[in-house]
Design a protein around this ligand. Structure first.
Ligand code: C2E
Ligand code: MG
Ligand code: MG
Length: 747
C-alpha cells in the first residue's frame, strides 16, 4: 500500500540556518545603523564644537586689543596728545610683531586715521582704507556703547569701574579674504589720565582667517585634515563643515575637516569577529541541515522498507495477504462504483510438500520463487499477485469475465504442469486453482476469498492439476466435509470403522486379499474411503486411522491361513520417521507374520530421490513385508524409480483395465507394463477386473494375478472365511474359481 511521503528535508537544519542568517543579518544591519548614527552624532557634536571654536577665536582676537586700549598710557598718548612714536611702538609693533595681527590702526573722534600699521610696519592711512571701510559697523557699535556709557567723570563720581572695555568684533570679507575685525575704545584703566572729549580714539585690529589660523584652531580642537575654503561649494562628501558668515549673515568661507567616525571605527573592529561568528554559525547550520536531511532520508528509506516488508512477501516480493485484502477492498469499491467485475484465483501447488520434504527447504524456496515468476508471466501487469503463505497464491484479476477468468486459470494450470528447473533438477509441481468471479459488490473481501477457496477444494477433489469455478452449493459441500472430519474423529474413537477384504486370485485361486476400510455412518450411510481417507490425511487423523487398519488387518491375517494380506498405506504415514517402529510394535503385539503382508503405497510418493522414503522402505522390507506400488501408471514420475526403490509388486491401475476393449492400444500398454515388470523381476497384478473379456485379455498380455468384482467384491472377514472354507471344500473338485465367482455375485 502506498502512502503519500513527505520529501526528505533537513527542516531543523534549514530553520537553524535561516535563523542564524537572520540573526547575523539583523546584527550586521543594526550595527551599521548604530555606527552611522554614532558617526552622525559625533559629527554634529564636533560641528558645534568647531562653530563655538570660531566664535571663541573671534572673541579672543578682539580681546587682544583690550590691554592696549584700556590703559592710562593709551589715553595719554593717543587721546590727550597723539604721540606717533608711542603709537608705532605700542600699537604698530605690539600688534604687528608681538601678536601677529595683519593690521592695526587708530581712528580719531571724527573718523580720521591717527595711526596705521599693516603687515608689521607703519603705513599711510590709504593702505588700510579697505579695512577701515569694512570696520564702520563695529566702529559705530563702539561709539553707540561709548555714548551710552556717558562721560567718565560721572563714572568716577558714581564710583564705577573705569576699566570696563567697550569693544565690538566682526568677521568681514575684505578683498576676498575673511578677516576678524575688532574695534576697542581707548579708555583709562586707573584714571591717571582722563579722555579729553566724548569721542575717544578707537583701536582697530584686523586678522585674516587664513590656513595658519585654521591650523591653530585645528590644533586646539583636535581636527584632522582641516581646510579653509573661500567658496561655499566643493566640499568633500564625507567631510564635516562649518560655515563662516560675516556680520550681515553672508557666508564667506567654509571650514572643512574630517570628522571622527567612532561608529565606523567600532564597526570595523567588530566586523571580523562577527564574520567569524557568522561563518561558524553558517557552518554549523549547514552541518545540521545535512545531518537532519540524512536522518530524514534514512527514516523515509527505512519506513519504505518497513512498509514494503509489511505488505510484501519476503521470499517472492509478491503482495502478501494484507496487501491482497487491501486490493480486494479496492476491487470491491470499483465494482460498486463503476460496475467493474473481477475474479479471484486461489492457487495451491499440488506436489509442493513432497518436493519440499524430499529436496529440503532450499529447493522449496527456489521452487516458490520460480512459481511466482511463472505467475507474473501468466498475468497482466494490472492483476494483483499475492503469496498467501506456504504454497498458496492468489491472483486478483480486474475487469474479468467468466471467459477471461477461465482462460487465465487454464493458462496458469498449463504453465504449471510444465516441469520446473531448479538446482536439484527438473520437478513437476502442478497446481489446482479455485476461481471466484465477483460480479456483485455486496460481499466482503473475506467472503470473496472464501468462495475462491471453496472452488479450490473442488478442484483438488476433482483430481488436482485443474481449476474449478465457484458455484453456489460448494459452501454446503465444504460444510459437509468439515462435519465429516469431526465425525470421523468420533467414529475412530467409537470403533465404528470396519475392514473388508477383496480377494486377489491367480488362475481362479484366491492367494491373497486386500484390506479396505469401511465406514458406515449412522445417518449418512456408507462413506467411501476415497472421500474420508484424504480428509484424514489433511487433518492428521491418518495416524489413528492407519494404526487401526494395520492392527485389524494384521490380527485378521492370522485367521486367513497362508493367504497374503495387502494393506493400503497412506503417503502421510510413510513420511513419518517412526513409521517402521510403529509397524514393528504392531507386528509384535498382534503376532502377525510380516512375510505374508503386502504394503500398498502410491506412485506419487516416490517422486524424486527422497533418502527418508528410501530408508523407510528398506527397513520395512528388512522386517519381511513386501511393497506393492498401487494405482500404477497414474503418476507422473518416470519408470526409473522402479529400479531405484525397493519394490516387489506393481498393481496396474483399473483405468488401464477399463480401457481394454475400448482403446485399441490398451492391450499393448498392459503387455508393455507386464514385460517391464518381468524384466525388473516384479510381480504384477491387475485391479478393477470386472469382466471375463478383461480377464482373458490380461491373461493374453501375461498378467495372471487379478483383483476385481469379477472374482469378488470387498467383504467382511466372516464372509471371506466362509467362502474360503467353501472354496477349500470344493478344491478337490477343482471348482475354486466357480466358488469365488459365486461369492462375488453374492457380495
Ligand atoms: P485402492 O487401494 O486402489 O483400492 C481399490 C479400490 O478399488 C477399492 O475402493 C475397491 O473397492 C475398488 N474396486 C475393487 N475392485 C473393483 C472393480 O472391479 N471395479 C471397480 N470400479 N472398483 C473396484 P475403495 O475401497 O473405495 O477404496 C478406495 C481407495 O481408498 C483405495 O484404492 C485406497 O487407495 C484407499 N483405501 C481404502 N482402504 C484404505 C485403508 O485402510 N488405508 C488407506 N490408507 N487407504 C485406503
Ligand atoms: Mg490398494
Ligand atoms: Mg488401486
Amino acid at each position: 500500500m502506498h502512502r503519500t511521503k513527505s520529501k526528505p528535508s533537513g527542516l531543523g537544519g534549514l530553520a537553524t540556518f535561516a535563523l542564524a542568517v537572520g540573526v547575523c543579518t539583523l546584527t550586521l544591519a543594526s550595527s551599521i545603523y548604530f555606527a552611522h548614527e554614532a558617526d552622525l552624532a559625533a559629527a554634529q557634536r564636533e560641528q558645534q564644537v568647531v562653530e563655538n571654536g570660531i566664535d571663541n577665536l573671534v572673541r579672543e582676537l578682539s580681546r587682544k586689543a583690550v590691554p592696549q586700549a584700556v590703559w592710562d598710557d593709551a589715553v595719554r598718548n593717543l587721546d590727550i596728545r597723539f604721540d606717533p612714536t608711542w603709537a608705532a611702538t605700542s600699537i604698530g609693533a605690539y600688534f604687528g610683531q608681538t601678536e601677529h595681527f595683519d593690521s592695526a590702526f587708530v581712528v580719531g573722534h571724527d573718523g580720521e586715521v591717527l595711526y596705521a600699521m599693516r603687515d608689521g610696519g607703519t603705513v599711510a592711512a590709504s593702505r588700510i582704507r579697505d579695512l577701515l571701510s569694512n570696520a564702520q559697523s563695529i566702529v559705530g557699535a563702539v561709539r553707540l556703547a561709548e555714548s551710552r556709557r556717558g562721560p567718565l567723570a560721572g563714572l568716577v563720581a558714581r564710583g564705577e569701574t573705569l576699566a570696563h572695555p567697550i569693544m565690538a568684533a566682526q568677521v568681514r570679507e575684505v578683498s576676498g579674504v575673511p578677516y576678524v575685525l575688532s574695534a576697542t575704545l581707548v579708555q583709562p584703566d586707573f584714571g591717571t589720565a582722563m579722555p579729553q572729549t566724548a569721542c575717544a580714539p578707537i583701536i582697530i585690529t584686523a586678522k585674516a582667517i587664513d590656513q595658519r589660523l585654521v591650523a591653530r584652531l585645528a590644533d586646539e580642537l583636535l581636527l584632522t585634515d582641516a581646510r579653509l575654503y573661500r567658496s561655499v561649494a566643493a566640499v568633500a562628501n564625507a567631510h564635516a563643515v562649518a560655515q563662516i558668515a560675516d556680520g550681515d549673515g553672508r557666508l564667506i568661507a567654509t571650514l572643512e575637516w574630517r570628522p571622527p567616525r567612532p561608529g565606523s571605527v567600532m564597526l570595523m573592529r567588530a566586523l571580523p569577529p562577527m564574520a567569524l561568528v557568522l561563518f561558524l554559525l553558517g557552518g554549523l547550520s549547514i552541518w545540521l541541515y545535512r545531518r537532519n536531511r540524512r536522518a530524514a532520508e534514512n527514516l523515509i528509506a527505512s519506513e519504505a522498507r518497513a512498509s514494503h516488508l509489511a505488505y510484501h512477501d519476503v521470499l517472492t516480493g509478491l503482495a502478501n495477504r494484507l496487501l491482497l485484502a487491501n486490493r480486494l477492498e479496492r476491487a470491491l469499491e470499483g465494482l460498486r462504483r463503476d460496475g467493474v467485475s473481477f475474479a479471484i484465483h486461489c492457487i495451491d501447488l499440488d506436489r509442493f510438500k513432497e518436493i519440499n520434504d524430499t529436496f529440503g527447504h532450499g529447493a522449496g524456496d527456489e521452487l516458490i520463487r520460480e512459481v511466482a515468476h511463472v505467475l507474473v508471466q501468466a498475468c497482466r501487469p494490472t492483476d494483483v499477485i499475492a503469496r498467501l503463505g506456504g504454497d498458496e497464491f492468489a491472483v486478483v484479476q480486474l475487469g474479468a469475465t467468466q471467459a477471461s477468468a477461465e482462460a487465465l486459470a487454464a493458462r496458469i494450470v498449463s504453465l504449471m504442469s510444465e516441469p520446473v528447473n531448479i538446482v536439484v533438477g527438473r520437478v513437476f509441481v502442478g497446481c489446482s486453482i479455485g476461481v471466484a468471479l465477483i460480479q456483485d459488490g455486496g460481499g466482503s473481501a473475506s467472503e470473496c476469498l472464501r468462495e475462491a477457496d471453496l472452488a479450490l477444494y473442488r478442484a483438488k477433489d476433482n483430481g488436482r492439476g485443474r481449476y474449478a469455478l465457484f458455484e453456489a452449493g460448494m459452501d454446503q459441500a465444504l460444510r459437509v466435509r468439515l462435519q465429516v472430519r469431526e465425525e470421523l474423529r468420533e467414529a475412530l474413537a467409537a470403533n465404528q470403522l470396519k475392514l473388508v477384504y477383496q480377494p486377489q486370485v491367480h488362475d481362479g485361486k484366491i492367494y491373497g486379499v486386500e484390506a479396505l476400510v469401511r465406514w458406515r455412518h449412522p445417518t449418512r450411510g456408507e462413506i467411501s474411503p476415497a472421500v474420508f481417507v484424504p480428509i484424514a490425511e489433511e487433518t492428521g487423523l491418518i495416524d489413528a486411522l492407519g494404526a487401526f487398519t494395520l492392527r485389524r488387518a494384521f490380527e485378521d491375517s492370522k485367521r486367513l491361513g497362508d493367504l497374503r494380506v495387502a494393506v493400503n498405506i497412506s503417503a502421510a504415514q510413510l513420511r513419518l520417521r517412526e513409521f517402521p517402529d510403529q509397524l514393528r510394535t504392531i507386528v509384535r503385539e498382534t503376532g502377525a507374520d510380516a512375510q505374508r503382508i503386502d504394503l500398498e503405497i502410491t506412485e506419487g510418493l516416490l517422486l524424486g530421490d527422497d533418502p527418508l522414503i528410501q530408508a523407510t522402505l528398506k527397513r520395512i522390507r528388512s522386517m519381511g513385508f513386501r511393497i506393492a506400488l498401487d494405482d500404477f501408471g497414474t503418476g507422473y514420475s518416470s519408470l526409473s524409480y522402479l529400479q531405484r526403490y525397493p519394490i516387489d509388486k506393481i498393481k496396474i491401475d483399473r483405468s488401464f483395465i477399463a480401457n481394454l476393449g475400448v482403446e485399441p492400444q490398451a492391450d499393448a500398454v498392459i503387455a508393455a507394463i507386464v514385460r517391464l515388470a518381468r524384466a525388473l523381476r516384479l510381480e504384477v497384478i491387475a485391479e478393477g477386473v470386472e469382466t471375463e473379456m478383461q480377464r482373458l485379455r490380461l491373461a493374453a498380455a501375461g498378467c495372471g494375478d487379478i483383483q476385481g468384482f469379477l472374482f469378488g467384491r470387498p467383504m467382511p472377514l466372516a464372509k471371506l472365511e466362509a467362502h474360503l472354507r467353501a472354496a477349500a471344500g470344493s478344491a478337490s473338485e477343482d471348482l475354486a474359481g466357480d466358488a469365488v465367482r459365486a461369492a462375488a455375485a453374492g457380495a
